[in-house]
Design a protein around this ligand. Structure first.
Ligand code: PMP
Length: 304
């Protein structure tokens, strides 16, 4: 497998090809796993790799397991250490994307709550050029699953069938990404990203009661907009027509970072170019995650 030699599996660093699970384990049969995607940023000048907000990722990882009624997994300190060790073992000196997964191993059925396995990979991350150009979004005909159907605020593997179907639909229809409305017809999120709009110079994002994942990047954007741009974000219901009335639309997430959306359902957003607030946030975010801006030092964990 490309670019990485070692995987963390159940307390050990093992070669990529040895990281195996039985095909009839609950994680394979039912998608009984929860995961986190964590960003790591290489700072060439400091010769340092910074992992972003691992405390918040570990909190959500624990909450996801609680919501899915998993047995107790490894202690938090051990997981935090494993993230750093794995980056070192793979000698990663580039931007990285870490995925950590807690999963139900063994041969149980629907009611199985253990044994809980842990797997972590750290892969070199590809850069995207969508940030400067902007992307096209389609309002999906798939509806974001409500929190009383599948727990929307956690990262359970099985939740992603909803995102997957919407993503495939949008791509087959010639768009870059889907936007999913919730069962009340209000904007929820993109397939694995949270959405913001700017209207009348104000930032607005769907509130936590719109079947969204409680995104760490969303929280970061709210904090940075307040601190660096003096903009408070209003968390409320967002209607689909507001997406095309907005001056700016962007989405955010660990993998997507902050990405401008320049059309929705083929209707141009704002000027059709990435907006000024979005561009400022992209710059601020980038400097912060790479440690070029030294603020919020507690958000960055140094690997080397
Ligand atoms: N929504 C979903 C469903 C996601 O999977 C993700 C990616 N984790 C996000 C939003 C963005 O969350 P975060 O900023 O924590 O990566």
């Amino acid at each position: 497998m490309s670019g990485t030699r070692y995987v963390y599996l159940n307390g050990q660093i093992v070669p990529w090809n040895d990281a195996k699970v039985h095909v009839f384990a609950p994680v394979a049969k039912y998608g009984t796993g929860v995961f986190e995607g964590i960003g790591g940023y290489w700072n060439e000048e400091a010769q340092q790799l910074y992992l972003f907000r691992i405390a918040e990722h570990l909190d959500r990882y624990a909450f996801s397991q609680k919501a899915m009624r998993f047995d107790q997994g490894p202690p938090r300190g051990e997981l935090a250490e494993a993230l750093v060790h794995l980056c070192r073992a793979n000698a990663l000196r580039t931007d990285v994307h870490i995925r950590m997964m807690a999963f139900i191993d063994g041969s149980g059925e629907l009611e199985a709550t253990g044994p809980v396995g842990t797997a972590i990979t750290a892969l070199p991350r590809r850069r995207r050029n969508q940030t400067t150009e902007g992307v096209s979004a389609q309002i999906s005909s798939w509806v974001r699953m409500p929190d009383n159907v599948m727990p929307a605020r956690i990262k359970c593997n099985a939740n992603y069938h909803n995102s997957r179907l919407a993503t495939i639909q949008s791509q087959r229809d010639g768009y870059d990404v889907p936007f999913l409305l919730n069962s009340r017809g209000k904007l929820a999120e993109a397939a694995a990203m949270c959405v913001f709009i700017a209207r009348h110079g104000q930032l607005i994002t769907p509130s936590g009661s719109n079947d969204i994942l409680e995104s760490i990047t969303r929280q970061t954007v709210i904090e940075l907009a307040r601190e660096y741009l003096g903009l408070e974000t209003v968390e409320r219901d967002v209607d689909r027509t507001e997406l095309i009335l907005a001056e700016e639309v962007f989405y955010c997430g660990t993998a997507a970072e902050i990405t401008p959306v320049t059309s929705v359902d083929r209707m141009v957003v704002g000027s059709g170019q990435p907006g000024a607030i979005t561009q400022r946030l992209i710059e601020i975010y980038r400097k912060l995650v790479t440690g070029k801006d030294s603020a919020h030092a507690s958000w960055r964990t140094a690997v080397y």
